[in-house]
Design a protein around this ligand. Structure first.
Ligand SMILES: Cc1cc2nc3c(=O)[nH]c(=O)nc-3n(C[C@H](O)[C@H](O)[C@H](O)COP(=O)(O)O)c2cc1C
Length: 458
């Protein structure tokens, strides 16, 4: 069979992900593999529709397509996102009814979101999505995972050969052709807090620009608006990890990205991201903004900021996008909320925007930060483990930061000792019985103390 591999890593032949696909190829010599390096060719596809059509033809002539990419900031690299935008716009039909499987490597941070994004994208392209496989970047070194790769491919081939039926998981995207007409807010918010709006709005993004205007009109002193299109950004993240030791990117001093990011880090208390939905995420340019922030590696560089989102498009149809954006709120990075234009009611949107502005200021002035939920806690733990382990051997800047900020180990000696003592005592029948009998009361004993101390206050 003829399999087209759409490779998403900027490292092309040196991609970690690609090595696993090559491993598969080696074990199935009866199948023909053709590799397309998306990041390397993206300029060509952007500039020349013919090139895109040629690729579309190859896809039509193939038996199956494997999307193989590294997870970048909860989804795919910006160039892969751009590719998806281009094919969705220009050669959508070439993908129709093609069997497909999706493979990624990562450190398993939000890889589930990346795979939801890819599945939804494949379904939008009317492909026959069979399955996904998400490997850790070192999994190929283990024989169990090597077998896993072979099985994954064998299952893919079975689906194609036997024409197995696939099911859809995501509702199709709906168009929103509503025009939002905002009204300047009369009652102005005054605050010392600094607000920066980061947007990728083009002149054609009428609703988004109008949302930005309404938001700005909420303040006596209008916030600064930075448009990503106006920045001097030389290119996408190269995945070279040159930043690992000292947070200095390979593009250092070659473009304006780092200066812009550091300006936002120093200046903003509140950041409002304003973007339009393109497919299943924000634009490839917005993705590039996120990817290039990897110059700060795994350091939560927006600590202490309050983040809000103004999205043009049907956000509630696009839960993967919301989840992806919410992943950035961990530690002391606070989510204010989301506003979109999907209600198709201008005065309703005006009020939602005012509420976003007001809430952001209230949060910032009160220094109100929501504690981590499951997403935040599991993210912290995943990074802490990885950085305490082999990742921290390379990402030494992360190691220094995590150690300095007490992020490497969350369990204190006191807690460890208490755990050990309790395990010892629970091994004794009489103690265990007494605990079991009182379990429910025990669970609220501390809480009761707090409440009874309140009575003392009265
Ligand atoms: C800009 C950037 C963003 C990344 N974001 C994530 C992420 O969100 N989740 C994750 O688990 N790994 C993330 N990684 C790690 C890569 O997914 C991982 O190293 C992958 O194996 C690289 O594959 P490649 O060599 O094929 O490019 C990121 C790496 C880079 C450079």
């Amino acid at each position: 069979m003829k399999i087209i591999v759409l490779s998403g890593s900027p490292k092309a032949e040196k991609s970690v992900t690609l090595q696993s696909v090559k491993y598969i190829e080696h074990h199935y010599p009866e199948h023909y593999f053709e590799y397309v390096h998306i990041a390397r060719n993206i300029k060509k596809y952007e500039a020349n529709e013919e090139e895109l059509k040629l690729l579309g033809q190859k896809i039509q002539d193939s038996d199956g397509v494997i999307w193989a990419f590294p997870v970048y900031y909860t989804t795919v690299p910006s160039t892969y996102k751009r590719f998806i935008e281009l094919v969705s716009e220009k050669c959508h039909s070439c993908f129709k009814n093609k069997y497909t499987a999706v493979f990624s490597t990562s450190i398993h941070y939000a890889d589930n979101i990346a795979h939801d994004f890819m599945r939804a994208t494949c379904e939008d392209l009317n492909m026959k999505y069979t399955d996904y496989l998400s490997h850790d970047m070192h999994d190929l070194l283990q024989s169990k995972m090597q077998q896993n790769l072979k099985d994954f491919f064998a299952n893919f081939i079975t689906s194609i050969k036997e024409g197995l039926k696939v099911s859809k998981m995501f509702a199709p995207l709906k168009n929103n052709d509503f025009t939002y007409q905002g009204e300047a807010v009369a009652e102005k918010i005054t605050t010392e807090k600094q607000v920066i709006i980061i947007t990728d709005a083009l002149d054609s993004d009428y609703n988004l620009l109008e949302m930005i205007n309404t938001y700005s009109s909420c303040f006596g002193q209008p916030p600064e608006v930075i448009n990503l299109n106006d920045l001097d950004i030389k290119g996408p993240c190269l995945g070279c990890c040159r930043c690992a030791a000292n947070n200095i990117c390979a593009y250092h001093d070659q473009d304006g990205y780092r200066e812009f990011l550091d300006y936002v880090i120093v200046k903003a208390d509140i950041i409002i991201y304003a973007g339009a939905i393109r497919g299943r995420h924000l634009s490839a340019l917005f993705k590039l903004y996120y990817d290039r922030s990897f110059c700060y590696t795994h350091i939560p560089f927006l600590t202490g900021k309050h983040l809000g989102y103004m999205i043009s498009g049907n956000l509630s149809d696009n839960q993967t996008l919301r989840q992806s954006l919410e992943m950035f709120n961990r530690g002391n990075i606070n989510l204010i909320g989301f506003v979109s234009d999907e209600s198709q009611d201008s005065s309703e949107i005006d009020r939602q925007i005012y509420s976003l502005a007001r809430k952001g200021v209230v949060f910032a002035e009160k220094n109100y930060f929501k504690p981590d939920d499951f997403i935040g806690l599991s993210s912290e733990k995943l990074f802490a483990d990885a950085i305490r382990g082999s990742l921290g051997g390379i990402f030494t800047a992360d190691y220094r930061y995590y150690r300095k900020n007490g992020l490497l180990t969350k369990v204190s000696w006191g807690e460890k000792l208490q755990g050990a003592l309790m395990r010892y005592l629970m091994g004794r029948k009489a103690f265990r019985k007494a605990v079991q009998k009182n379990m429910i009361n025990h669970m609220i004993s501390g809480h009761k103390k707090v409440l009874s101390s309140l009575k003392g206050e009265e």
